[in-house]
Design a protein around this ligand. Structure first.
Ligand code: MN
Length: 256
């Protein structure tokens, strides 16, 4: 059985007169399908008991990209350059991340997702890199060019990290569509890649389970712009498949 991988949805508003839509970009679904997983879109659910029902069914969680996380979730006051926040999404994704990491269920965080992982574990964020980090690069360049595959800046990867082993390289050039980034790293996380200006571009967990966050958008690169990123999705899906037989849900289904 293919592992069931939840992709956390964003809230999209196309017309003011229409109710908002929950969903996510096709590239996330494509990346999971290509890696052999069964993707399932997870809407923001703020009732914890209901969220837990969804969580229990999943073999892994992909925390996808999106808008800014409310600074109240990491004890900060809103900065004037804070973008749109979606508190329902925060209230859904933060517990998902905490549960998964505590219970060794694989988690992959992309862009906003690396920030969700960090905040969920007690870290903080720069709310706006250009105004809070001096001499920073333009981390919104791929966004400004309206090109998800535009390679905006280099990253260097800690050669001793599992992430380096996984990717098989110690340096890459990546896309960049974020104005926020990790500030204080949460306990239990290790920074494993950095932009030339010092901004953290990837983290991994210090335990045995799969916890990886990247600040770039590999789901937009893996199909053709940089297929090396397929290794990340493959490793994630394989970890989800390995987690599955050990899950309490699988045990309860086998032995009712
Ligand atoms: Mn960047």
């Amino acid at each position: 059985m293919k592992p069931l991988i939840g992709i956390s949805c964003g809230t999209f508003r196309d017309h003011a007169w229409c109710p908002p839509s929950y969903g996510h970009r096709q590239t996330y679904v494509d990346a999971i399908l290509r890696a052999g997983g069964a993707p399932l879109l997870i809407p923001p659910v703020t009732d914890e008991a209901t969220l837990r029902v969804l969580y229990e069914r999943l073999d892994g969680i992909l925390l996808a990209g999106g808008g800014d996380i409310a600074p109240s979730t990491y004890g900060d006051a809103p900065h004037e350059k804070l973008g749109l926040v979606d508190s329902a999404r925060d209230d859904s994704e933060l517990p998902l991340a905490r549960w998964a990491i505590a219970e060794a269920k694989p988690v992959l965080g992309i862009c906003r997702g690396i920030q969700v992982i960090n905040v969920a574990l007690g870290g903080t964020l720069y709310q706006d890199i250009p105004s809070q980090v001096s001499d920073s690069l333009r981390h919104t360049l791929s966004y400004e060019r309206e090109d998800w595959t535009y390679m905006a800046h280099d990253i260097s990867i800690d050669p001793n990290s599992r992430f380096a082993q996984l990717m098989g390289v110690q340096a890459m050039t990546i896309n960049s569509l974020h104005h926020q980034s990790l500030k204080e790293l949460a306990p239990g996380l290790q920074a494993v890649a950095w932009a030339p200006d010092g901004i953290v571009e990837a983290v991994e967990g210090q335990g045995d389970s799969f916890v990886v966050g990247v600040q770039c958008h590999p789901e937009a690169l893996q199909a053709s712009a940089d297929p090396r990123w397929q290794a990340l999705f493959l490793a994630f899906v394989e970890s989800c498949a390995a987690y599955r037989p050990n899950s309490a849900l699988a045990a309860s289904l086998t032995h009712p």
